[in-house]
Design a protein around this ligand. Structure first.
Ligand code: G3P
Ligand code: MG
Length: 231
């Protein structure tokens, strides 16, 4: 089962910062997940549309121009990174799951992935996911080689059919609502199943037994300790 560092390693450092990502990699994560939003044609790495929870800024991100936005800091004194900075920092040490927090980020994300593909990166170095399934359709229609993950917070009436219809690589399900039926249905359709956000080792065991292919966790180290003590 894959360990995906959630917003880097947000249990150990402020989420979606370069430090958080580096900690996840140091702890052994081969996958990391980050959240992005489009701002003035650029892609910024931030979960919320409002600044207060994670930075010393205030208000909506669109109330600030890009350079002002970049001056705000998390509690570790790191600024809001650009997606390009994250890709450079990771430098192919892990797969990057880019979660689009808006539809407008879809096309700039494709362009950026293509830019890095031309410089030696591979399509397998990225997974683009979103709760905005129109954004995932935009991606598949523009560049089918980019792998997508369909995020979902519920068990849909047709199980994983929508994700198969979207041409997704994975269905990314909420730990609160996932059940065996949707996991089995997804696998029958050839989809991977990734579950967010899982921090309790008892749930690592439970989801592994259910056949999950990966879990998003704020605590990669905890995951690897759980994995080591199983042997
Ligand atoms: O991508 C998995 C997970 O990050 C989705 O929810 O709110 O943590 O971005 P959220
Ligand atoms: Mg996310």
């Amino acid at each position: 089962m894959l360990c995906i560092g959630h917003r880097g390693a947000r249990g150990y450092a402020p989420e979606n910062t370069l430090e958080s990502i580096e900690i996840a990699l140091t702890q052994g994560a081969k996958w990391i997940e980050i959240d992005i939003r489009q701002h003035s044609g650029e892609l910024v790495v931030i979960h919320d549309k409002y600044l207060e929870r994670t930075t010393n800024g205030q208000g909506h991100i669109y109330q600030h121009d890009l350079s002002q936005l970049r001056d705000f800091q998390s509690s570790n004194l790191q600024g809001i990174p650009l997606l390009s900075e994250v890709i450079e920092q990771v430098n192919r040490r892990a797969v990057i799951n880019i979660e689009l927090k808006d539809r407008a980020s879809a096309l700039p994300t494709i362009k950026l992935i293509e830019y890095f593909i031309e410089r030696g990166w591979h399509y397998d170095d990225f997974l683009v996911s979103s709760f905005y399934h129109h954004a995932l359709r935009d991606i598949k229609e523009t560049q089918p080689l980019i792998k997508t993950g369909a995020l979902c917070a519920s068990v849909m009436i047709d199980y994983a059919k929508f994700a198969q219809d979207l041409g997704a690589w994975s269905i990314n399900l909420c730990s609160e609502s996932v059940n065996q039926e949707i996991i089995d249905d997804a696998h029958q359709r050839g989809l991977k199943v990734l579950i967010y956000t899982v921090n309790d080792p008892r749930l690592f065991s439970e989801f592994e037994a259910m056949g999950a292919d990966g879990v998003f966790t704020d605590y990669p180290q905890r995951f690897f300790e759980w994995q080591a003590q199983k042997k």
